[in-house]
Design a protein around this ligand. Structure first.
Ligand code: ZN
Ligand code: ZN
Length: 453
């Protein structure tokens, strides 16, 4: 096949595409490109091959193969960094016959290689992550299922579109997924074959994804900051530099803390010497620290490497931050904690003389009514039902007593040869705060009078 001409994926002159490969259009946009691993899975699918089989074949053809090849280590660990900025990203591009620079390079973080450390803390996620809602939308739009490059970041923990935690385990069996799966699908679990798109409803699924925590403001901010970072890789590759970052850091300290770098770090909740390495030793900032630093200043990480004046808008965080009411409404419960509460709820439900309502039970467990209903929907329903049954039984009992009293009043009047007029009966009922205004009592009174006539 004459791929040079047919390839819609790129038109780079001199692209050496292995002659046996089909061309495959990449999904996403220039702002939010698809990740290279995702594209390779799609490529394998187009060839009806397992991604591992395809990649193994491609790497064996590649000149770099001899350097490091070990099947197990590669598929278990190293391939996790194919979307990154190190040698495994380069190797994969070489193996695919993509020259550098090329559009294929934009599916990796290679454009940031001069700014971030190769094995930086908190750069890439250790397992593939996905947003089920995004995958669902792709399917609806008729796109090839794919993982955007931004999903590769360790700190992209929340989908910036759907504001939910990224999934890391199969919703059916809980298995983590491989970066280069055995089967060429991003929509099915490689362990059990179930669909990755369906999310079981209710809190049960939180246990699979992230039961211990709720989405923090930092997670939300990091997600949008990383989307911005990816969309500006071409600009950063062209104009971003460590020297500019150092100049910006000096300017930030000068404008915010009178040149006091230690004070600047402390104001951001960081170690006093956190940025010394960046300033004095030409260290590249780890993404983990970079995000915390920029979050504190409300500054986009990309702007720290550029001379665009954005750092002039940075500001120190306000000292007092009130906890959100959301947090108190719905505390995140750990697995053990939930087990403990569940046992207490069982006791309440088994006790035949405990007819307390939801609010009272929630209070006993130290939860709000809302939280109780959220975490224990089935038990909450039963508590409400039990309460209602008890209430209707009490009501029934009171109802019977009222009617017995009415009959007693009429019987006594008749026995003393007094006509049980409405006025007289009403006065007697009034002694017990009852009245013939109550329809049930009035009907019973009328029926009794008729039987007397
Ligand atoms: Zn999403
Ligand atoms: Zn599974």
């Amino acid at each position: 096949m004459a791929h040079g001409a047919l390839d819609p994926f790129e038109a780079d002159a001199g692209a050496v595409i292995p002659p046996t490969l089909y061309a495959l259009r990449r999904e996403g946009s220039s702002e939010s490109p698809e990740g290279l691993l995702s594209w390779v899975v799609g490529l394998a699918h187009a060839h009806c091959l397992g991604p591992r089989t395809l990649v193994k074949y491609l790497l064996e053809q590649s000149e770099r193969h001899a350097d490091f090849w070990s099947d197990t280590a590669y598929f278990e660990r190293h391939c996790a960094t194919v979307n990154g900025l190190g040698r495994y990203a380069l190797t994969m591009l070489d193996a695919l016959g993509r020259p550098r620079p090329s559009k294929a390079q934009c599916m990796t973080l290679l454009g940031l290689a001069h700014l971030l450390p190769f094995n930086g803390e908190g750069l890439l996620a250790r397992n593939p992550r996905w947003c089920p809602a995004c995958l669902c939308e792709q399917a609806r739009k008729g796109q090839r299922p794919h993982h955007p490059l931004v999903w590769s970041f360790e700190h992209y923990r929340v989908c910036h579109v759907h504001q939910g935690f990224m999934s890391e385990r199969c919703p059916a069996c809980g298995a983590e997924q491989a970066f280069l799966p055995i089967y060429p699908s991003l929509l099915h679990c490689n362990a059990c074959g179930e669909s990755m798109i369906v999310r079981p409803p209710g809190p049960a699924d939180l246990e699979v994804t992230s039961s211990q925590e709720e989405i923090s403001a930092f997670d939300r901010w990091s997600a949008s900051a990383l989307v911005d970072l990816v969309s500006r890789i071409p600009e950063l590759q062209r104009a971003g530099s460590l020297a500019q970052m150092q100049q910006n850091l000096v300017d930030l300290a000068a404008s915010l803390t009178q040149g006091n770098r230690k004070g600047l770090c402390e104001a951001l909740g960081l170690q006093p010497r956190a940025i010394n390495g960046w300033l004095n030793k030409d260290e590249r900032p780890s993404l983990a620290l970079l995000l915390r630093f920029c979050h504190g200043l409300n500054l986009l990480p990309a702007d720290l490497f550029l001379a665009n004046g954005a750092i002039g808008r940075a500001e120190l965080p306000k000292p007092a931050q009130t906890p959100s009411s959301d947090r108190q409404e719905r505390p995140m419960l750990g697995y053990r904690q939930r087990e403990l509460l569940e046992r207490q709820l069982e006791l309440v439900l088994e006790n035949p003389s405990d007819y307390r309502g939801l609010a009272a039970v929630a209070h006993q467990l130290g939860l709000s009514r809302h939280a109780l209903k959220y975490w224990f929907p089935a038990q909450s329903k039963e508590i409400v039902l039990k309460r209602r049954m008890a209430e209707s039984r009490t009501l029934e009992r009171r109802y019977r007593t009222d009617h017995e009293y009415l009959q007693q009043v009429i019987t006594e009047l008749v026995a003393s040869r007094v006509y049980p007029s409405r006025r007289k009966v009403e006065r007697m009922l009034g002694q017990r705060q009852l009245s013939l205004m109550r329809p049930d009592l009035y009907t019973a009174y009328r029926r009794r009078l008729m039987s007397l006539q």
